[in-house]
Design a binder for this molecule. Structure first.
Ligand code: SF4
Length: 485
């Protein structure tokens, strides 16, 4: 398993990336490349299922990085065929933090009309009740993953084809799902009615591709065709792409945090460059929260585009005040307790010559627990900065995500228990400002800001307004936002 990095407890983590290919020989090699480009969405484990008419379905599921598991010729030779899907995961519901190999996707099911494999990005918010019901009716679960419910619901369906069964199964599922699935002859892609998680369609030669993000199309030279629409199911075979909308129509609520942090800056989301949106967030932030200072420095790498935007709007010079060590690998044994903040120092170092005596604006993408922000501030002050001002490219993260992103419990989120001024005191910085929710909406292209009656995005981790009721969590005692909050 890849080593934990020093920010693991202080960043929200996307839990999955999915990728599928049909119509290209050695499809699994394309899937491995696609998953490599999606590695930022999940680093704990990955899997590929491929189908070959002579050899049937084959799968490889491993812990660790794609580059360490799916580059070996002897492994890839076990995955022949022109149809393959794959999945990278952080850890979804179930064995959080301790992925068991049985929880690694894609999952496979054998049905009377043939086998099918599925890979899921998102989180099923009624998985507990579905699982209980399925177990009562005789289903035997292999994993602790919420995604396995889909396979069991398909097994119970009376649908005549696998796409029919998948459609019926997904109608019973609540929450966020982008799914890539395959039969012996078809590649299938589905997005939940709100379209919370991304899924795009691409084409390369005679082949078709489904991917969480466009950056993974680029790596295999595929052309971006379009996004799969919220609530859409596409079934792709050698005759082309068939599309239909099996769910009750709903207003789209794409995850706004994909724009802020999860997606790669070279991806296109909703027709917009993620990099450009992040730069625009910096512009909005500079307008909303100006401050007199000498330098604007990003917390690398995710704060970089917003810091560039902040600098352009404010006229304050942009500088690489913090340098990231590209070769952060294993966790070292700490030689002495005197090396303060060693975890952070392994990954980041302050450019002392630049920082000394300067009033520094640090731009970061988010504050979750605040532990990393404190350490970075200390490093900047140790290097002789005169002042430290934090500017954050997302609103305060005060609510957990139940739609496929790993978030600490609500009590652990700094913004859930403190006001902005209390957070500033806690971090002991000269100033701390977050972009407003309206400012964030403007940056993603909603000129009028957030429409409180009908928000265009899911922003529950900031607003506490959940577009899909988190049924399982409510059952476990989670309290929704009250009118007074
Ligand atoms: S709660 Fe936050 S992270 Fe989760 S889907 Fe909504 S916007 Fe995205």
């Amino acid at each position: 398993m890849p080593p934990a990095h020093p920010f693991d407890d202080d960043k929200l983590k996307e839990e999955c990336g999915i990728f599928g290919v049909i119509g290209l020989s050695d499809a699994a090699n394309f899937v491995a490349l696609g998953l490599h480009a999606l590695q930022h969405r999940g680093q704990e484990a990955g899997g590929i299922v491929a189908h070959d008419p002579e050899q049937g379905f084959n799968s490889v599921r491993r812990f660790g990085y794609v580059r360490d598991n799916f580059t070996d010729e002897s492994v890839m030779q076990t995955l022949p065929g022109a149809l393959a899907i794959g999945h990278v995961r952080y850890s979804t519901a179930g064995s959080k933090g301790q992925t068991a190999i049985r929880d690694v996707q894609p999952f496979f099911g054998e049905f009377s009309m043939g086998g099918a494999a599925i890979a899921h990005n998102g989180n099923i918010t009624n998985a507990n009740s579905l699982r209980r019901e399925l177990i009562d009716r005789g289903s035997i679960f292999q994993s602790s993953s919420d995604s396995e419910c889909i396979i069991h619901l398909m097994a119970r369906s009376m649908g005549r084809s696998i796409p029919d069964r998948m459609e019926e199964a997904l109608r019973k599922v609540e929450g966020a799902f982008s799914v890539v699935a395959m039969t012996r002859t078809k590649l299938i892609g589905v997005r939940d009615p709100l379209g919370v998680r991304p899924l795009v369609l691409g084409q390369v030669g005679d082949g078709w591709v489904l991917s969480s993000e466009t950056c993974a199309l680029d790596i295999i030279g595929a052309r971006f065709i379009r996004e799969i629409e919220p609530g859409e199911m596409v079934v792709i075979n050698d005759k082309g792409v068939q599309s239909h909308f099996p769910f009750r129509p709903a207003k789209s609520r794409f995850c706004i945090f994909e724009h802020v942090y999860f997606s790669r800056p070279d991806s296109i989301l909703g027709g917009r460059s993620v990099y450009e949106t992040r730069r625009q967030i910096g512009v909005e932030l500079a307008k909303e929260a100006p401050v007199d200072a000498d330098l604007v420095c990003p917390v690398p790498d995710s704060g970089t585009p917003a810091a560039i935007g902040f600098s352009q709007e404010s006229g304050i010079p942009y500088a690489m005040g913090i340098i990231r060590n590209q070769y952060m690998g294993r966790t070292f044994i700490e030689p002495t307790e005197q090396i303060r903040n060693m975890g952070v120092r392994l990954k980041l170092n302050v450019n002392r010559a630049l920082i000394e005596g300067k009033r520094v604006i640090l731009v970061d993408d988010s504050v979750v627990r605040g532990t990393t922000s404190r350490k970075i501030k200390e490093m900047i002050l140790d290097a002789g900065a005169a002042e430290v001002h934090f500017r954050i490219a997302s609103p305060p993260t005060a609510w957990p995500c139940f739609y496929g992103v790993d978030t600490p419990q609500r009590e652990k989120l700094l913004a859930a228990t403190m006001s902005e001024e209390e957070m500033r005191n806690h971090l002991a910085v000269d100033s701390l400002r977050f972009i407003s929710l309206d400012g964030l909406y403007r940056a993603v292209g909603e000129a009028g800001g957030r429409d409180p009656k009908a928000p265009a995005y899911c922003d529950a981790c900031f607003s506490g307004e959940y577009p899909v009721e988190p049924a399982d969590m409510l059952e476990q005692g989670f309290q929704l936002k009250t009118a007074a909050e």
